[in-house]
Design a protein around this ligand. Structure first.
Ligand SMILES: Cc1cc2nc3c(=O)[nH]c(=O)nc-3n(C[C@H](O)[C@H](O)[C@H](O)COP(=O)(O)OP(=O)(O)OC[C@H]3O[C@@H](n4cnc5c(N)ncnc54)[C@H](O)[C@@H]3O)c2cc1C
Length: 587
């Protein structure tokens, strides 16, 4: 069963639940956008992901990217699909019109990439970094570099890489040793070895543009000594640069994405931005890039959930227990119940009869829980994507600042929660298949393998939690987070009590950390999860408001039954650790 992107559902979440059109109308660049055109864009993007990219997923996984003599060959069909993708203008969806793009809001780009990742994570890794590279060149490169590279990268004619990681420098990029020394005409020579570089070499495009973090000779140690350089595979005069793909990794998932060891051997380079400001230049696109990874989590969860839901409505095993105390929620499942031979008065009379496994409470609970997570996280991610544009383009400085603060706090939460839940949820979906999920036939084991990396790259989920609590919440006494919680509590008072409980623990952590500075580090992930579940609750309340109170709002019921207790557990862990630290005196 192939993944199907659902454009109708995305349009519903955007336009009916989030009132995206009203939000975008406040931004002069998007004031004239017409809803029917936007819906059509979603429909075409969904078709492309489902019809052109999803069919290459299983074969791409089986064949994988192949390295021979320094050249990487991508799996069959990948290059042709990529040609079609860039020629149709998809990579330039939210590139500015003056750079040859279509100038649509970021949220459409994010939704398209969610669908592409769900359809084929391996293929989508190649264009996944393009938009970030475009933004980085646009905001930091000299006009000469822009003239040579901006449109080609923005349009997707050339693909791009981000070369940060080295063997000894992963989360801690301050350890990067790759060097850059001044050369002729203001250029530099870059030398060093980068590892784990996605799409470092391939045959999808005629050129590849590498953005490389390196250290100038007189640079101070640590992150402040890093500068950013651009090294293409081929220079504009057609000569090849001294960049060699030494190896591609054999790995758990995303087999179709070449994860390269790249050696830079005095490769001629151009600086992007100012010396010593390399990390800052890369972080320009960090919120958008992390949101993109978050949506890899929801996309792959959707792909697995589609398969599990369909399987659960075909597979029959044993009798399901009679439902006496707990009502059945969910229209699909209600229908299934009516069609099944669910025992009621004549329980177990026919001992050889079987029920669809969707009628077994444990299977139904899995599907309900993952559906609530998926839909709620999507609403939250799409709102955050809208806020990215508000932060850049809103005429009011106050509204821009409010949106920037929302993005700064919601992005690490989404990156970690969507990818953790993506992996956990896919594993639950695999369980619905029993042994049939563990074998290749249904493709769900591939989703599980492919999804695992999203918890690691673009800043591990542990680093996201530290970012949220230690860098962004404790230093201002929780003021920025309190403002976000105030906003969602005003919109939906039902989340106010949970938000208050989290804020009160934030204050307690701030106070206890005076004597126990390591305390927040022990519980940062629980804190991120608690914040994420409050935001998820808000998102599900928004869905309920859109449907109207009279409607049976199952997702919210699933949240209360199966997810809210996880929030209580996260809060209890933090409380217990705070209590353990209460007798410590400030050093
Ligand atoms: C398939 C794949 C594709 C990738 N693509 C790219 C790419 O295109 N470009 C690129 O530059 N890199 C890429 N990476 C690298 C990726 O970003 C790093 O693997 C990641 O940042 C983690 O670094 P590390 O592997 O060295 O782990 P480490 O940093 O060594 O971390 C090991 C463990 O320690 C934890 N840890 C580390 N520091 C802290 C801390 N301060 N507090 C708490 N916990 C901590 C981590 O969370 C992790 O659990 C890719 C990696 C893979 C596997």
């Amino acid at each position: 069963m192939l993944y199907q992107a659902n454009s109708g559902q995305a349009a519903y979440l955007l336009f009916d639940v989030l009132q995206a059109q009203e939000q975008l109308r406040e931004l002069p660049s998007f004031a004239e956008l017409d809803k029917s055109t936007l819906v059509q864009v979603l429909e075409e993007a969904a078709k492309f992901a489902s019809d052109k990219i999803a069919p290459l997923n299983a074969s791409g996984d089986a064949v994988g990217a192949q390295l021979q003599g320094g050249q990487v060959t991508m799996p069959p069909g990948f290059a042709a699909a990529y040609q079609e993708f860039w020629q149709a203008g998809w990579p330039a969806l939210s590139v500015a019109p003056e750079d040859g793009g279509q100038g649509l809001p970021e949220v459409f780009n994010q939704i398209m990439y969610e669908w592409l990742s769900a359809a084929n994570h391996g293929w989508t890794m190649a264009p996944g970094l393009l938009h970030g590279a475009y933004e980085c060149i646009k905001h930091h490169a000299s006009s000469e570099l822009k003239a040579q590279y901006l449109e080609k990268v923005g349009s997707g004619q050339w693909l791009a890489t981000m070369c940060l990681t080295e063997a000894h420098a992963g989360s801690d990029l301050g350890q990067v040793r790759t060097s850059a020394k001044p050369h002729l005409d203001g250029s530099y020579l870059v030398s060093g070895t980068k590892i784990f570089i996605s799409g470092g070499e391939h045959d999808l495009t005629e050129n590849i543009v590498h953005l490389v973090l390196a250290r100038l000779p007189d640079a101070p140690p640590g992150p402040k000594g890093l500068s950013l350089f651009l090294v293409p595979k081929f220079y504009p005069d057609g000569t090849r640069s001294r960049v060699v793909c030494e190896r591609i990794e054999e790995k758990m998932g995303i087999h179709a994405s070449p994860t390269c060891v790249l050696r830079f051997d005095e490769a001629r380079a151009h600086i992007v931005g100012e010396p010593g400001k390399g990390l800052g230049a890369m972080f320009v696109m960090m919120n958008a890039a992390r949101l993109h990874v978050a949506l890899q989590g929801t996309g792959l969860l959707d792909a697995a959930l589609q398969k599990a839901s369909a399987y659960a409505q075909e597979r029959r095993q044993m009798r399901a227990p009679p439902r006496v105390h707990i009502p059945v929620h969910g229209n699909n499942i209600q229908e299934q119940k009516n069609h099944s031979n669910m025992p009621t008065a004549g329980v177990f009379i026919n001992k050889f009869a079987t029920d669809l496994i969707v009628n077994h409470p444990t299977v139904q609970r899995t599907l309900e829980t993952q559906t609530a997570y998926l839909q709620g996280l999507r609403v939250l991610a799409y709102q955050t994507a809208l806020e990215l544009d508000v932060a850049k383009l809103h005429p009011s400085a106050d509204r821009r600042a409010q949106a920037a603060s929302w993005c700064a706090l919601a992005t690490p939460v989404l990156k970690a929660l969507c990818t953790d839940q993506g992996f956990r949820g896919i594993s639950e979906c695999l369980q619905v298949f029993g042994g049939h999920g563990y074998v290749r036939e249904w493709g769900v084991e591939q989703h599980l393998r492919d999804a695992r990396i999203a918890m690691i790259y673009e800043g591990t989920n542990e680093i996201q939690a530290i970012d949220l609590l230690i860098r962004k919440t404790l230093p201002d006494g929780g003021a920025a987070l309190a403002a976000v919680f105030q906003r969602i509590s005003t919109e939906t008072p039902a989340v106010a009590a949970e938000a208050d409980a989290v804020m009160s623990l934030a204050r307690e952590l701030a106070s206890r950390s005076q004597a126990a500075p390591d305390l927040p580090y022990w519980v940062a992930q629980d804190f991120l999860k608690a914040c994420g579940l409050v935001l998820l609750h808000w998102a599900l309340q928004r869905l309920k408001q859109a449907k109207g109170d009279a409607d049976q709002t199952d997702l919210l019921v699933h949240y209360q039954r199966w997810i809210a207790p996880e929030l209580a557990a996260a809060l209890q862990i933090i409380r217990t650790q705070c209590a353990a630290a209460q007798d410590l005196q400030p050093a």
